[in-house]
Design a protein around this ligand. Structure first.
Ligand SMILES: NC(=O)c1ccc[n+]([C@@H]2O[C@H](COP(=O)([O-])OP(=O)(O)OC[C@H]3O[C@@H](n4cnc5c(N)ncnc54)[C@H](O)[C@@H]3O)[C@@H](O)[C@H]2O)c1
Length: 328
């Protein structure tokens, strides 16, 4: 493959982030964008010297190799299934789907196809979390327990963020990223005790979860949708034997080396957000996987696993049985 030819579905905020990154890669050609808002699609297409497409079939006929699905949550499943049926490789923004049933169906579909599929769990490539992962992998910190929070300031902007029919539920929005971090940094979830309530919005907007992982680790996970954007709204604390790792969003990471020992800290304040949030690396790796026909680092099965956690959380709260065991 000479240049990887890309089409983007959804030319809003994150679609444009990916377009900017992809347009800086010499081995990528952006063929076009598609959006229900045609005027936005036209403006964005013009910026990237690309066409406006009406549907995925047109993209395929124009020679697109890869579709980026960066439209709203509830559209991801249908677009992903159609793109795979058309023989197109897919980068799908999180959440991969907004139901476990759809996630499993998508996983099944991908097994039938010899195509590359990556989910946009960008935290795996963010500087702070890569630092944590390295310290865990090299044995500097052997995790024993953890405390995690993922807050939002409000569900007012845009207004659909409080509409569960649109998002799939608050947990599918930002919280999903840190459920993925639980799995990636610490291990698979075995059981949870889940409490949730509607405090301010019609959606369940306060969550308090106790987790036990398959490897025996225990920890807590909270997510609040109305916390006023007080910084840091995203934080992972991993506790080892008299040492710990901790981040402050994507800005800072700290490694406390032990009792009476120094704390190693890194501050990424000055780094461009596309780099420090991991967007550049996730795109680079995905494009390389398409070229080499390799399985990318965030697979459809990772997409399913994280949605399984969310599904269990909603079942626990709405089914009235707070204690849930994860299967699969
Ligand atoms: N990985 C991340 O860090 C990250 C960050 C932001 C958003 N996201 C995800 O990306 C997706 C888009 O979020 P956003 O913030 O860019 O939203 P956005 O509202 O800025 O952009 C979405 C775009 O999709 C278009 N659209 C709506 N329905 C469509 C349809 N049926 N077909 C084609 N286009 C359609 C809208 O007109 C809009 O231009 C969401 O699923 C969100 O969860 C991921």
């Amino acid at each position: 493959m000479d240049k990887v030819k890309v089409g983007v579905v959804g030319s809003g905020f994150i679609g444009q982030v990916h377009l900017e990154i992809l347009s800086s890669f010499e081995d990528v050609q952006i063929l076009g964008v598609m959006d229900v808002d045609r005027e936005r699609a036209r403006i964005v297409a013009e910026k990237f010297n690309a066409k406006v497409f009406d549907d995925l079939g047109q993209m395929r006929d124009a020679g697109v190799d890869v579709v980026y699905i960066t439209s709203p949550n509830r559209t991801h499943f249908d677009y992903a299934m159609s793109a795979l049926d058309l023989g197109l490789n897919v980068f799908c923004e999180k959440p991969m789907t907004i139901s476990l049933r759809d996630a499993i169906e998508l996983e099944k579909k991908l097994k039938e196809k010899n195509l590359v599929f990556q989910v946009g769990h960008n935290r795996r490539f963010a500087y702070v979390y890569k630092f944590m992962k390295e310290k865990i992998l090299n044995g500097s910190v052997k995790p024993l327990s953890f405390q995690i929070k993922m807050n939002r300031g409000e569900l007012l902007n845009p207004p659909w963020t409080s509409d569960r029919n649109y998002t799939g539920g608050f947990l599918f929005e930002s919280t999903i990223h840190l459920f993925d971090m639980v799995r990636w940094l610490l291990g698979d979830v075995e059981e949870m005790y889940v409490l949730g309530k509607k405090s301010v919005y019609p959606d369940i907007d306060d969550w308090a979860i106790v987790m036990k992982l398959k490897n025996g680790l225990i920890g807590t996970f909270t997510s609040c949708a109305h916390a006023s954007w007080m910084i840091p709204f995203e934080r992972v604390e991993v506790y080892g034997e008299h040492n710990m790792l901790m981040n402050e969003e994507m800005e800072k990471v700290h490694f406390c080396k032990g009792l009476g020992k120094e704390v190693e800290s890194h501050d990424f304040m000055k780094v461009d957000f596309k780099e420090k949030w991991g967007y550049v690396e996730e795109n680079r790796i995905f494009i390389d996987c398409v070229k080499e026909k390799k399985t990318p680092p965030v697979t459809v099965s990772d997409g399913v696993a994280v949605i399984r956690i969310i599904d269990a959380c909603y079942k626990a709260v709405e089914g009235g049985n707070a204690h849930v065991r994860l299967e699969g």
